[in-house]
Design a protein around this ligand. Structure first.
Ligand code: PFF
Length: 462
């Protein structure tokens, strides 16, 4: 174990940092809308089942592997994989994946930051005007917002594990929770809000089919930040005496609770303003919901509560989304950063500088997907396939590679590291685990049906 490796100072510090990673844009809009369109309470039940029985074991495996190795993904896979090429490749994939996701998530975070600034300036009517988003993504102001977001992320990451990630999470996560609760209370007091709650919660099992089940698992996997190398890296910041099992459970519960509570804000807001909404007509895309639909909801709200109050609600909403996005971005950029520090034996500052330049350049390229620089947009668009760089990153790394990374870690535990080693690792800090039902379940499931299911999801998305 490297003597100089930093560790989280407390269990709550780790839980908040990992929850900060897990709670993201997907929780606030993606999850509630997916639930409402796909059977309400029935979807929620399936989702909760997947979190507990499929995602939690994978999460524990990632964190266990990280702590055992005391390294970020690449070195963790190569050392515990005894240098075998196939496991080094798995480590490489677990390092490239977060890097690419960081690029595409960065683009969305920069837009959220722009919307936050605009709503703070009282420009809600402009945000809600026809065609605003289309012009906004092609505006050179993008660069200034990108600079702002980059500075905030570096400000957090340069402090390292304790003074950076952990400290920021301890401030930002309670703030996020408070803002969410405030908005839920506010929204639930609006007329007709309960119609939204009904659509969200009343189960309709007739909507459940293969693709909904597939979608629920993919959403749960993504929402818990699995398959992104993040929990391997955060696991490596655990001390040997820390209780991984309880922490993992709490992170899963927190993330699911925030997603559930966000539904009590998102859906009632939609139905309070547009009582005749047909749930099927809601957009699947979180991007169009956040940037096109929500500003309209807030503007329409100003008719009943006044422009000022509506602007405040909009500002809190975008601040909430921004905090959720920043804490996720911090966790994902930490993966390639710490890999670089290890591989090249360089300081955190130097690694952040290199990562900062690489991500900024790629973010700018991805941002041109929407026409920021017309000739470049044409150049970077897939010939004939009508896919931009942004779409390609999204399709490949968001949808497809995450279950593959999950599958690889299951195979790694089963065939190389061995399940008894995982049990031994997870029992450190939690001796009761070794003889628990959970241990029996995890050891069985991770070597049998979980990889099978992940393989099916992977093949389906390919
Ligand atoms: N759990 C995050 C979410 O629900 O939005 C997923 C995530 C995405 C984490 C991107 C980190 C990240 F950079």
């Amino acid at each position: 174990m490297s003597a100089s490796r930093e560790h989280f100072s407390s269990k709550i510090g780790f839980i908040l940092a990992a929850a900060g990673s897990a709670v993201g844009i997907g929780n606030l809009v993606g999850f509630p809308v997916a639930a409402t369109k796909n059977g309400g309470g029935a979807f929620l039940l399936i989702y909760a089942f997947f979190v507990a029985f499929i995602c939690l074991p994978v999460m524990l495996a990632e964190m266990g592997l990280g702590r055992r190795a005391q390294h970020s993904p690449y070195k963790a896979y190569s050392e515990l994989g005894q240098g075998l090429k196939r496991w080094r490749l798995a480590g490489l994939l677990a390092t490239i994946t977060p890097f690419m996701i960081a690029v595409f998530y960065m683009v969305i975070t920069v837009w959220i930051f722009g919307y936050l600034v605009q709503s703070l300036l009282g420009n809600l009517d402009a945000l809600a005007s026809e065609g605003f988003f289309g012009n906004f993504v092609n505006d050179y102001d993008f660069i200034w917002y990108l600079v702002g977001v980059t500075i905030i992320i570096n400000f957090i990451l340069v402090g390292g594990v304790r003074k950076g990630i952990e400290r920021a999470s301890k401030i930002l996560m309670p703030t996020l929770f408070l803002m969410l609760i405030l908005l839920v209370i506010f929204v639930l007091t609006l007329d007709n809000a309960w119609a939204g709650v009904q659509f969200y919660l009343v189960p309709d099992f007739s909507q459940i089919n293969g693709s909904v089940i597939n979608g629920a698992l993919a959403q749960a996997f993504f929402s818990l930040s699995l398959g992104m190398g993040i929990l391997i890296t955060y696991g490596s910041y655990f001390r040997r005496s820390d209780d991984i099992v309880t922490s993992g459970k709490l992170v899963a519960v927190t993330d699911t609770a925030v997603a559930f509570i966000a539904g009590l804000m998102t859906l009632p807001a939609i139905f309070a303003i547009y009582p005749d909404t047909n749930p099927d007509s809601l957009s699947d895309s979180s991007v169009s919901m956040i940037f096109s639909f929500f500003p309209n909801i807030f503007l329409a709200l100003s008719e009943s509560v006044g422009y000022f109050a509506a602007s405040i609600a909009a500002t809190i909403f975008f601040l909430l989304a921004f905090v959720a996005a920043i804490t996720s971005l911090v966790s994902i950029i930490e993966v390639p950063t710490s890999s670089l520090m290890e591989k090249r034996d360089i300081s955190r500052k130097k690694a952040l500088l290199i990562m900062g330049i690489a991500i900024t350049v790629l973010t700018l390229i991805a941002a041109t997907s929407f026409g920021l620089v017309p000739w470049f947009t044409a150049f970077t668009s897939y010939a004939g396939a009508d896919k931009s760089v942004f779409d390609v990153i999204y399709d490949v790394f968001y949808d497809t590679i995450l279950p593959l990374n999950g599958l690889l870690i299951c195979l790694f535990v089963r065939f190389r590291w061995k399940r008894s080693q995982l049990t031994a690792e997870l029992s450190e800090g939690n001796q009761a685990y070794a003889t628990s039902w959970l241990e029996k379940y995890v050891s069985f499931a991770i070597g049998t049906f979980i990889p099978l299911i992940l393989a099916v999801v992977f093949i389906n998305t390919v």
